[in-house]
Design a protein. Structure first.
Length: 224
């Protein structure tokens, strides 16, 4: 069963849970997505499904992309993502995937591009401490110090230095689905996710193991 969807970050807010506790949540517009291609072991060597998200004008696509949508009679999509699956039976081109594939209480992994913060020093980038604030060294307190080594007199590969910070692909694992609005295709996830507002996110069923205690609690809630 497909438990993945493409979405867009709307922002953050807070809601009250059943016990009256205030929970910070991220609002995500999840889908609707369309299956644009289904790949199988027989034809492609692996099982996967390609999802399309967010409509776009055809003139903004190249000929190969536009031809793919025309061939399958699908409205042009801005974002295409391929998701590997163990089994693709039951999935067909043109099938619509909505936020209701998830339910409250599920755990998901969210992948996105983190905020770019430009050029940063070692204190901000690598959490270095400051150098001693002594007389005559007032301009060196935030410097990284020596970068050489005792053995070969060169800078070793992987040395932590100043440089570009952020704008990396990041996955936040095991986020709780607080609420699902199937009509508006909106997910509320507890906690923060990478990326800026309106950025594209990929939401997958978590790969981490859910503790048995949590599973039992969810079963009790379902019985009530």
């Amino acid at each position: 069963m497909l438990k993945s969807i493409i979405g867009s970050k709307v922002g953050m807010t807070q809601v009250f849970d059943e016990k009256g506790k205030l929970v910070p949540v991220t609002v995500i517009e999840a889908g609707p997505c369309v299956v644009t291609a289904v790949k199988t072991v027989e034809n492609n060597g692996y099982n996967a499904v390609q999802l399309g998200f967010a409509n776009v004008e055809e003139k903004k696509l190249n000929k190969a992309q536009a031809g793919l949508f025309k061939k399958n009679n699908i409205a042009p999509k801005k974002v295409l993502k391929e998701i590997r699956l163990s089994d693709v039976s039951g999935l067909t081109v043109g099938q619509e995937i909505k936020a209701d594939i998830f339910k409250a209480g599920d755990y998901v992994d969210v992948t996105g591009v983190s905020k770019g913060k430009g050029f940063a020093g070692v204190i901000k980038r690598h959490n270095f401490g400051q150098q001693p604030v002594t007389r005559g060294a007032s301009d060196r307190t935030r410097a990284r110090g020596s970068s050489g080594s005792q053995g070969p007199q060169r800078v070793l590969k992987g040395m932590r230095m100043s440089g570009r910070l952020g704008q990396d692909t990041v996955t936040i694992q095991k986020l709780l689905v607080v609420s699902v609005d199937a009509e508006k295709n909106v997910l509320l996830l507890r906690g923060a996710v990478p990326s800026v507002k309106k950025a594209t996110l990929v939401i997958n069923n978590t790969v981490k193991k859910i503790p048995a205690v949590v599973v039992k609690k969810e079963e009790k809630k379902a019985k009530k």
